[in-house]
Design a protein around this ligand. Structure first.
Ligand SMILES: Nc1ncnc2c1ncn2[C@@H]1O[C@H](COP(=O)(O)OP(=O)(O)OP(=O)(O)O)[C@@H](O)[C@H]1O
Length: 278
C-alpha cells in the first residue's frame, strides 16, 4: 500500500483481569480511506477506536497519525459516539461553536468562525434548527449535529463509534448517505465501528474483521471494490456487493461463530442451550 496515514502497530491492550482484550493489532490506513471495523459484541472494537482517539493508552505497541505518535486525545482525531454527546444546555449552533472556538480561536476571526459553523451545520442539513436545544430535536438530528461538530474540527481522522446504531432504519439510511456524500467531498480518513454488514459494505473502502476476544486481533481485511458514488438500491442486485456481504457473514457466523449460554435458572434445565449472538 502507499504510505499509511494512520497506522496501528503491534497494539496490545490488557485491562485489569486475567486476559488481554487485544493482541497484536496491526493496521495501516491510507489518507482519505474509509474503513469499517466489524466483529462480535465485546471483541474490542471500541477499545481499538479509543486507543486511536487517545482516550485509552495501549499496553504495548503504538498508533501513528500523519507521522506523529498518538498519546493523548487531540483535535486531529474527532470522535462521534453512538449516543450523541451534545451538551444539553447549549443550542445546536452553540454545540458546534464550542468546538470551533476552541480550535480556531487564534487562526480565524469571529465572522469566519461563524461562517464555518453555519457551513458545517448546512452540510448535515441542520440549518433550520440552529437555535434549538438538543432536547428539542430528534435522535437523528442530534447525531447530525455530532457529525457536524466533528467535521468542523477538520480532523485528520474521523472516528465513528456506531454512529447510526441508535437510529431507525430510514433515518439511518439518510444519514449514511449524507456521510458518504460528505466524505466524498472532503476526502476524510474515517474509521467506523459497525455491527451492520450492509452498512460496512455500502460505506467502506475496506472492512476490517476482528476475531472474538479475549486476545482479539484482526482476522481478515476485505477490499470493497465497488465504484463510488454507490447507490444502495442498485447495489442490492450487484454481484460484487453480495459477494462482499457473504464474505463478512461467513467470517462472523462461520469462522468466528460466537456462542453464549442462555441465561436461566440453575438446576431447572435452563442455561444449557447455546445461542449464536450477533
Ligand atoms: N475500561 C475498561 N475496563 C475493563 N474492561 C474493559 C474496559 N473497557 C472495555 N473493557 C472490556 O474489553 C472488552 C472489549 O470491550 P469493547 O467495548 O472494546 O468491545 P466492543 O467490540 O466495542 O463491544 P460492543 O460491540 O458490544 O460495543 C470487553 O470484554 C469489555 O468488558
Amino acid at each position: 500500500m502507499t504510505q499509511a496515514y494512520l497506522s496501528l502497530s503491534q497494539v496490545d491492550m490488557t485491562f485489569p483481569g486475567p486476559n488481554p482484550v487485544l493482541k497484536n493489532i496491526n493496521l495501516d490506513v491510507r489518507r482519505g480511506e474509509y474503513i469499517s471495523l466489524i466483529g462480535h459484541s465485546g471483541c474490542g472494537k471500541s477499545t481499538v477506536l479509543n486507543i486511536v482517539a487517545g482516550l485509552l493508552a495501549c499496553t504495548s505497541g503504538g498508533v501513528i497519525v500523519d507521522g506523529r505518535e498518538v498519546n493523548a486525545p487531540g483535535p486531529d482525531r474527532a470522535v462521534v459516539f453512538q449516543n450523541h454527546s451534545l451538551l444539553p444546555w447549549l443550542t445546536v449552533y452553540q454545540n458546534v461553536e464550542l468546538a470551533v472556538d476552541k480550535i480556531f480561536r487564534d487562526s480565524r476571526n469571529a465572522a469566519e468562525r461563524r461562517e464555518w459553523i453555519l457551513h458545517n451545520l448546512a452540510m448535515v442539513n441542520m440549518s433550520h434548527a440552529l437555535d434549538r436545544l438538543p432536547s428539542q430535536v430528534s435522535g437523528g438530528m442530534k447525531q447530525r449535529v455530532g457529525i457536524a461538530r466533528a467535521l468542523a474540527m477538520e480532523p485528520k481522522v474521523l472516528l465513528l463509534d456506531e454512529p447510526f446504531g441508535a437510529l431507525d432504519a430510514l433515518t439511518r439510511a439518510h444519514l449514511q448517505d449524507e456521510v458518504i456524500r460528505i466524505q466524498s467531498e472532503l476526502g476524510n480518513t474515517v474509521m467506523m465501528i459497525t455491527h451492520d454488514v450492509d452498512e460496512a459494505v455500502l460505506m467502506s473502502d475496506r472492512v476490517v474483521m476482528m476475531t472474538n476476544g479475549p486476545s482479539a486481533t484482526i482476522g481478515q481485511v476485505m477490499d470493497v471494490p465497488l465504484e463510488r458514488p454507490r447507490n444502495r438500491i442498485a447495489l442490492a442486485e450487484d454481484k460484487v456487493y453480495n459477494h462482499c456481504r457473504q464474505e463478512i457473514l461467513s467470517f462472523l457466523y462461520e469462522k468466528q461463530r460466537k456462542v453464549e449460554p442462555i441465561a436461566g435458572r440453575v438446576g431447572a434445565g435452563f442455561g444449557k442451550k447455546e445461542k449464536a449472538v450477533a
